[in-house]
Design a protein around this ligand. Sequence first.
Ligand SMILES: Cc1cc2nc3c(=O)[nH]c(=O)nc-3n(C[C@H](O)[C@H](O)[C@H](O)COP(=O)(O)O)c2cc1C
Ligand SMILES: O=C(O)C(=O)c1ccccc1
Length: 390
Amino acid sequence: MPPFSSFQDEIYLHGLLTGEAPPFGTDPAGLEDAARERMSPEAYGYVAGGAGTGATMRANRAAFGRRALVPRMLRDVGVRDLSCTLFGTRLPAPLLLAPVGVMSIVHPDAEPAAARAAAGLGLPTVLSTASSTTLEEVAEASGDGPRWFQLYWPKDRDVTVSLLQRARAAGYTALVVTLDTWLLGWRPRDLDRAHLPFLRRIGIANYLSDPAFLAGLAKPVEEDPLAAVAHWAGMFADPTKTWEDLAFLREHWDGPIVLKGVLHPDDARRARDAGMDGVVVSNHGGRQVDGAVAALDALPAVAGAVGEEITVLFDSGVRTGSDILKALALGARAVLVGRPYVHGLALGGEAGVRHVLRCLLAEFDLSLALTGHTGPTGLDPGLLAPPLPG
Ligand SMILES: Cc1cc2nc3c(=O)[nH]c(=O)nc-3n(C[C@H](O)[C@H](O)[C@H](O)COP(=O)(O)O)c2cc1C
Ligand SMILES: O=C(O)C(=O)c1ccccc1
């Protein structure tokens, strides 16, 4: 397992000793600005965009801003161990790549590059159903690296079962089922540019390579590509699903199942009661419901309700190592990041993603040490000052 406590040395001391700056910037906002210049306006709009007025996206960041760490002194933090265990697997740090579809719009190396960067650090990739490359190609790119599969649960049972079988066969161990995107949110940036990548067949590679999906087409894709997209749009998701339907997934997936997009403690209890193994407290990075609660504000109640029984993960708004610390202190066992690594991908492919992940880990390591902690386990809200109003 890579010794993550050496990240500080690698990134900062190397630069300070040699006078060489890191290959990319280390400030997340600066990285986003630089990435923006490398992306088409449509791609940047798609990645950066939030639902509606962007209120929830801003709330996600504001919720981190309202919480403050209270460092503790003289606690021997000379040796740190960032590792954690999720579903029986030891991971080098409590950090995962959130599922992000259609990555080829930001860089031709797309999901395989991100998966290689994550695997090189031993961090799990959560691959989106809507990836621009097939799940088998991404599995190959991640080699021995841990990988989970995110399911956009299709209407069609045969396609669902086929995707699950393929994911299992390709070595994905956990299933992340996204519950907050049966319908795509109201996203003015995409609407105004009439830009949705999947309508240009980007992000549907897993369907176009799926025998059960192809069996539902009247004509081969090459003969009628628009019909293939229309068929995809019609079966992509099923907003009639209810808690009872989860039994179907439990039956067809024998590994851990995690529900992504849970924000209410009662929904977390229902997940537990349905035999699910975990939840991701998430509002999809503010991309779905404008005005939805900030994910960080929803975390303590969910962790309080089920955190002892199932695994509580978190995403939406994590930008720095100290953000990771705050989410763990509020009850998350690990966090996922979305947009930050997409910015890295846009800037430098695999190397850019690796850079972003290493910066997050280095700053997380420093934040742990400087607040008086040697690892991610056992952190609690005592690490935080009472939340500031507003
Ligand atoms: C461009 C983009 C595409 C996304 N695609 C998916 C997806 O295919 N499946 C999914 O469950 N979540 C998807 N998400 C949501 C992320 O998994 C994650 O919840 C979100 O990005 C976290 O917020 P953050 O970007 O502030 O870190 C996407 C997010 C972005 C920015
Ligand atoms: O854009 C998204 O947030 C997202 O989750 C998605 C949905 C469908 C296809 C690709 C990405």
